[in-house]
Design a protein. Structure first.
Length: 309
């Protein structure tokens, strides 16, 4: 890490560092709260974004295993051939296997790149083994916990399965948002045993702040993480930064202290090259799920944050 020079400009257009940090990072989860779109509307939105100016940031289409039949039907009305899918488990491995196999047999064009499953404890991670045969990546979400020992037990079990981890960073109620310390502990625990991971929920905004929990008028508000906070914190964890520094990155509320220069992204006096950020995306934080693609993109645009052309 090197200190930023006075020649830095704030989040300029066409940054190689931005490309490295956020290329295909937004997994579109429009089917899920708070957006809760219909299948037809979610498919239509993803289709539009695939050919939009910001397609560089678009990741996988998130769909439940139980919704695959409806997805196959809806995609007949769109260019859904070879869409990269992340399939959410039903909670029952046998049902997942059956539903994914049926959808693949019906369409012959599904590209299930990842499966996301939730377990009640580390002891249940091994039960997900059959899912590792259905997609290149399996993301495992454990129960929210502030207990470091339980967290490490879960991550070690995920590593033993050859799977990846998943953290829920928000939700439609304030109690669904983990503390900065618990989130930092998760990031560092994954990095410590080389377990890649993804984040989901509550990351519609650029930086940490108080935002509405839903899109309903008069929605309750809560302090949420920004996706730039989480990606910077993950990058710092990736280079073995101290826990307190990772926490500070997660708690940063001032978008003005994020800068880029050439191929570096800087937060205050900590700068990371695009090579380090690319390495982090492979080895650590792969993507984040968002029920809106337009909202995070709008904040990126407002900040002048754009990928290199």
């Amino acid at each position: 890490m090197t200190a930023p020079s006075p020649r830095h400009t704030r989040l300029p257009v066409n940054s190689r560092a931005v490309s490295a940090l956020l290329a295909h990072a937004i997994d579109y989860a429009g089917l899920y709260p708070p957006a809760s779109l219909s299948m037809a509307d979610a498919v239509r939105e993803y289709q539009a974004q695939r050919f939009g100016l910001e397609a560089w940031a678009l990741g996988r289409f998130v769909v439940g295993a139980a919704q695959l039949e409806a997805f196959v039907a809806a995609r007949e009305q769109a260019d859904a051939v070879h869409w990269p899918l992340s399939v959410l488990s039903t909670g029952h491995v046998a049902d997942d296997v059956r539903l994914i196999a049926a959808a693949e047999a019906h369409s012959g064009k599904l590209r299930v790149e990842s499966i996301e499953a939730k377990v009640p404890s580390a002891q249940h991670v091994a039960d997900l083994a059959p899912l590792t045969q259905l997609a290149p990546e399996l993301y495992v979400e454990g129960p929210a916990t502030e207990e470091t020992s339980a967290l490490h037990e879960l991550i070690k079990a995920v590593h033993s399965l050859g799977a990846r981890a998943k953290i829920r960073t928000g939700g439609v109620t304030s109690d669904a948002i983990p503390s900065a310390r618990a989130t930092a502990e998760f990031l560092r625990a994954c990095v410590a045993v080389s377990v890649p991971f993804k984040a989901t929920a509550g990351l519609h905004h650029l930086v940490r702040g108080e935002y509405p929990l839903t899109y309903e008028p008069g929605s309750a508000r809560a302090t949420m993480f920004g996706f730039l906070n989480v990606f910077m914190a993950a990058a710092l964890a990736h280079i073995d930064a101290a826990l307190d520094l990772v926490i500070a990155a997660l708690e940063e509320r001032d978008s003005e202290v994020f800068e880029t220069r050439d191929d570096q992204l800087c937060w205050r006096d900590h700068c990371l090259t695009s090579a380090v950020l690319q390495s982090m995306r492979v080895a650590a934080l792969h993507s984040f799920g968002s029920c809106s693609f337009q909202e995070p993109i709008a904040e990126l645009t407002a900040a002048g944050l754009r990928a290199a052309e």
